[in-house]
Design a protein around this ligand. Structure first.
Ligand code: GLN
Length: 483
């Protein structure tokens, strides 16, 4: 077994017992990236020298007797997360040459813990999308089938973990961007509760739902990452004091009540996916959980509400990319208006432009009440309803996506179809709830995920349930990827 195939937990034990060094582990990851990434294209930047230097430093710390779950563990970060001295592009032409002058809080925390940054991963431009095809630098390919998308928008991170280029990767989730690619690539993806992990240093998409989180090989590893990156941060006033969060451990599924929202088991669900989720439900019941049907009638509004609120916030957040302050500036343009128009016109791709226009429209004086305000009111209902139902069960179990990974190009001309990819993801995002996607099985040799949605700030329960399920199922659905 190559060292890059290890989980964080396994590698951590081997590092601490000095059976392996971080330099060896890091070299195996870098070698794997070199061997397979010209086919997968998960990485936008690989910082080999810096990674080796960080690994050497971790080895010195271990030699001095320091310990820690992340000391010497190599990882990749989505390229909309600021990394000091390493390019951060958001997969956009407008930031193609941008190097961040500071680290995002999540990066800073991992650095302190001794983790080794290997590089940055591809995404849909500014995280707008569910296939990674909206990247200005070309799509990422799904390691399970190179003709297919890895999901998105954190498709590079999910593909990199699935192909063992790293031990884990960071993503961001605004309306599914960690969970959706986790499902398509057969890895574990955790969207923490809104406010659990600092957003400081993320390139903002939708500030009211953005949250960084892990893509990992197991739910157990995702929990380890959450522990390091979570917590109140003075630089992000929406973060909460972690002491207020429940932290009991679930040791077995017996006696647990899992809600099955009937609105999530829709007609559009592909037969294979339906069968796999039915199988998973049975498995949960065999393991002792009590499955009960619950109702979330406002679910049908989640995608339409998300696609009013998200573009509205995007149009405001992207206003800062004006050709003057950051990134691309079309200098041959004359006059301020021309600089704005040409820099934004050349710098943003079609999906970013579409969202800027939709959002500007929804926020404009004549339409604000009819669209944005109305959407916020319905959002409050969605949130209340989810909180109310979650008071009666320990978590919800839903499909993650209506189908497995689709072919590159198959949906890219149809934005509405792409927006429907978020059908099971948007509700928990609008409500700020934690949600975990783990592999549930294979359909035609492509991974299918299931989603567990937890109570606000109760990541612990869904992670425990995920771990117990993975252990019962032999942990992962991984096969030797044919690359
Ligand atoms: N697919 C969703 C969108 O395009 C989710 C994106 C995300 O979570 N960043 O908005």
């Amino acid at each position: 077994m190559k060292l890059n195939e290890l989980t964080i937990k396994e590698a951590g034990e081997k590092l601490q017992s000095k059976e392996i060094t971080s330099v060896e582990l890091t070299r195996d990851c870098l070698a794997r990236i070199k061997a397979v990434d010209d086919k997968i294209r998960a990485c936008l930047t690989v910082c080999e020298e810096e990674a080796i230097a960080a690994a050497e430093e971790a080895d010195r710390r271990i030699a001095r007797g320091e310990s820690g779950a992340f000391l010497g563990i190599p990882y990749l970060a989505k390229d909309n997360i600021m990394t000091r001295g390493v390019k951060t592009t958001a997969a956009s032409k407008i930031l193609a040459d941008y190097t961040a002058p500071f680290d995002a809080t999540v990066i800073e925390k991992l650095k302190k813990a001794g983790a080794v940054l290997l590089g940055k991963t591809n995404l849909d431009e500014f995280a707008h999308g569910a296939s990674t095809e909206n990247s200005a630098f070309g799509p990422t390919h799904n390691p399970w089938d190179l003709d297919r998308v890895p999901g998105g928008s954190s498709g590079g991170s999910a593909a990199a973990v699935a192909a063992d280029m790293c031990l884990f990767a960071l993503g961001t989730d605004t309306g599914g961007s960690i969970r959706h690619p986790a499902a398509f690539c057969g890895v574990a993806g955790l969207k923490p509760s809104y406010g659990r992990v600092s957003r400081f240093g993320l390139i903002a998409m939708t500030s009211s739902t953005d949250v960084p989180g892990p893509l990992a090989k197991t739910a157990e590893d995702a929990e380890l990452v959450l522990k390091v990156i979570a917590g109140r941060d003075k630089k992000d006033p929406t973060t909460v004091d972690p002491k207020k969060a429940p932290a009991r451990s679930v040791l077995s599924l017996s006696g647990l009540k899992i809600g099955l929202p009937k609105e999530y088991f829709i007609d559009g669900l592909e037969k294979d996916v339906k069968d796999i989720i039915e199988g998973a439900k049975k498995r949960f019941a065999e393991l002792g959980a009590r499955l009960v049907e619950v109702e979330l009638p406002h679910t049908k509004y989640a995608v339409p509400v998300y696609y009013i609120i998200t573009p509205s916030e995007i149009s405001s957040n992207l206003a800062r990319f004006d050709g003057i302050r950051y990134g691309l500036s079309v200098s041959e343009a004359t006059g301020l208006r021309e600089i704005y128009a040409q820099s934004r016109g050349r710098g943003f791709g079609p999906e970013a432009k579409r969202r800027i226009m939709l959002g500007t429209y929804a926020l404009s004086a004549g339409y604000f009440d009819a669209y944005y305000l109305k959407a916020q009111k319905v959002r409050a209902k969605i949130r209340e309803e989810l909180d109310r139902v979650l008071d009666t069960v320990d978590c919800l179990l839903t499909p993650a996506t209506p189908h497995a990974a689709f072919k590159i190009g198959a949906q890219s001309d149809d934005p509405l179809k792409m927006y429907l990819e978020d059908i099971f993801m948007a509700g928990p995002s609008l409500a700020g709830l934690p949600a975990l996607v783990i592999p549930a099985g294979l359909a035609d040799n492509l991974p299918v995920g299931l989603q567990l949605v937890g109570r606000r700030f109760d990541e612990k329960t869904i992670l425990d349930i995920g771990r117990i399920y993975e252990e019962a199922e032999g942990r992962t659905i991984k096969k030797e990827l044919d690359l």
